[in-house]
Design a protein around this ligand. Structure first.
Ligand code: SAH
Length: 237
C-alpha cells in the first residue's frame, strides 16, 4: 500500500505545493505515496463556528479550539498511523525518525496556526509534537512539507539508484563529504586529485576522512554522539 500523508490544516491549498514537483511530485503521480490535505474549518459545526478563540488567561493572539480540531482528527485518523503535531516545542526531527516514519504506513500531521493549539487536544488525541528546528514559523504547514519531503524521498522507487540514502548526511551520524563535478578546474580550484585518480579504495577513505573532519568542525554535538556510538555499539549500551 502507498505511503499516506494526511495533513490537517486551515490552508489546504498549500498542499501538495512544492511536493507536487520534482521527484516527490513524480512519485505522487505514480502512486508511490498519497496526500490528503484536510481543511480543519470543514469540521466547524456551522459556518459561523470559529476554529480559534482568545487565550484563556489573556495575552496576545488566538488559540485553535480543541473541539473543532478533535473532530477533524477523529475523522482523519481512523488507522494506526503516527499522529504528529508540528510544534516548536516538539522533539527535534532527525533523519532517524524520518527513516522510521518512511518505513511505516504514513502519518497524520496536524498543522498549528496563530499561538498554537489548545493543550487538551494534544493530550486527548495523543499527538506527538515534532519540531523542525529552534525557530518559530507562522504555521505548521511549511514544517509539515519539510517532514513529508524528507520521508517521501526515502520511499522505494523515489530516488532511483540513490534510494538507500546510506551515503548521505546523518546516515552514519556524520555530515556528508564534499561533492564535485565538471569542469575539472573552477575559479582556479581543481577537483581534489584523489577523486579523479580512479582508485576506489582511496576515494572511499578520502570521503570518510572528509565526512569526519566536517562533522568534527561543524557539529561537535553529532561528533560526540558518533564517538560515543563507536565505543558502545547499539545493544551493548
Ligand atoms: N506560540 C507558539 C508558536 C506558535 S507558531 C510557541 O511559542 O511555541 C504557530 C504554529 O506554527 C505552531 O502551532 C506549529 O504548528 C507551527 N510551528 C512553528 N514553529 C515550528 C517549528 N519550529 N517546528 C514545527 N512547527 C512549528
Amino acid at each position: 500500500m502507498a505511503w499516506r500523508a494526511t495533513v490537517l490544516t486551515i490552508f489546504p491549498e498549500m498542499f501538495p505545493g512544492p511536493l507536487g514537483l520534482s521527484l516527490a511530485g513524480k512519485a505522487l503521480n505514480a502512486g508511490i505515496w498519497s496526500l490528503d490535505a484536510i481543511d480543519i474549518r470543514a469540521h466547524a459545526e456551522n459556518r459561523h463556528d470559529k476554529v480559534d478563540d482568545t487565550p484563556a488567561g489573556g495575552g496576545p493572539g488566538l488559540v485553535m479550539k480543541p473541539d473543532v480540531l478533535a473532530r477533524a482528527i477523529d475523522a482523519a485518523a481512523t488507522d494506526a498511523r503516527p499522529r504528529l503535531l508540528m510544534s516548536p516545542r516538539g522533539t527535534p526531527l532527525t533523519q532517524m525518525r524520518v527513516m522510521e516514519l518512511a518505513q511505516g504506513d504514513g502519518a497524520v500531521i496536524v498543522c498549528g496556526r496563530y499561538e498554537g493549539i489548545d493543550e487538551r487536544v494534544i493530550a486527548s488525541r495523543r499527538l506527538e509534537e515534532v519540531s523542525v528546528g529552534d525557530y518559530v514559523l507562522s504555521g505548521g504547514e511549511i514544517a509539515a512539507l519539510a517532514l513529508v519531503d524528507a520521508c517521501v524521498r526515502l520511499l522505494p522507487g523515489v530516488m532511483g539508484k540513490q534510494a538507500s540514502g546510506t551515503e548521505e548526511s546523518f546516515a552514519d551520524g556524520l555530515l556528508e563529504y564534499p561533492q564535485y563535478t565538471r569542469p575539472a578546474v573552477f575559479d582556479g580550484m581543481p577537483i581534489p586529485e584523489v577523486l579523479t585518480g580512479g582508485d576506489h579504495a582511496k576515494v572511499k577513505a578520502w570521503r570518510r576522512a572528509e565526512a569526519e573532519r566536517l562533522t568534527r568542525e561543524r557539529r561537535p554535538d553529532l561528533w560526540a554522539a558518533h564517538q560515543a556510538r563507536k565505543k558502545a555499539p547499539p545493544g551493548k549500551a
